[in-house]
Design a protein around this ligand. Sequence first.
Ligand code: HEC
Ligand code: HEC
Length: 130
Amino acid sequence: MKRTKTVAVMGLFIVMLVALTAANPLPKRNLRVLPKDIPEKTLDSIMKQFNKGLGVACNFCHVRLHDQTDSLHYASDNEPMKITARKMLRMTIEINRKSFWTDKTKKPHELNEVDCYTCHKGEAWIESGR
Ligand code: HEC
Ligand code: HEC
């Protein structure tokens, strides 16, 4: 009797967990440096610039979504390389803002006098381990 009850409680718990997960889909954005309302296209071209600058693919900084091999959980910060990249992005924006902000119609994150490629030259120096 006690056992049935335990199983029932566990079953209910799982149902609740599934319902919660469904009600809370993974966030799409978790931007800390770039403007939160940055257009999708601009974000995409900045990310492609990262790939080119470091000679890597998106999964260098973004973790896989659960057990799937083909989709990445972009908003997750559970990848140290993404944290490093965020610091690098902040630094790069600062360099441009301080030294190359001649065109005031642009926002600092839109300046690219200095970008990842300027220093990295299409190569990551540290392997991601994946
Ligand atoms: C060198 C590391 C790096 C690479 C490579 C990279 N990203 Fe990112 N990505 C980041 C960082 C850092 C952020 C968060 C920026 C911020 O906080 O403003 C981000 C944010 C994002 C976001 C929004 C989610 C969030 O965290 O706010 C998407 C979507 C995304 N990247 C897609 C891509 C795609 C698609 C590619 C490949 C074309 C890619 N990224 C390659 C580092 C990287
Ligand atoms: C002013 C030069 C400079 C710029 C610009 C720059 N980086 Fe870096 N980056 C470095 C240096 C130097 C290191 C190595 C630091 C170390 O070894 O401790 C590094 C390390 C990294 C790493 C750790 C992995 C590796 O290859 O060593 C990542 C990820 C990274 N940078 C991403 C970026 C991204 C993304 C951008 C563009 C937003 C960028 N960096 C722009 C100089 C730069």
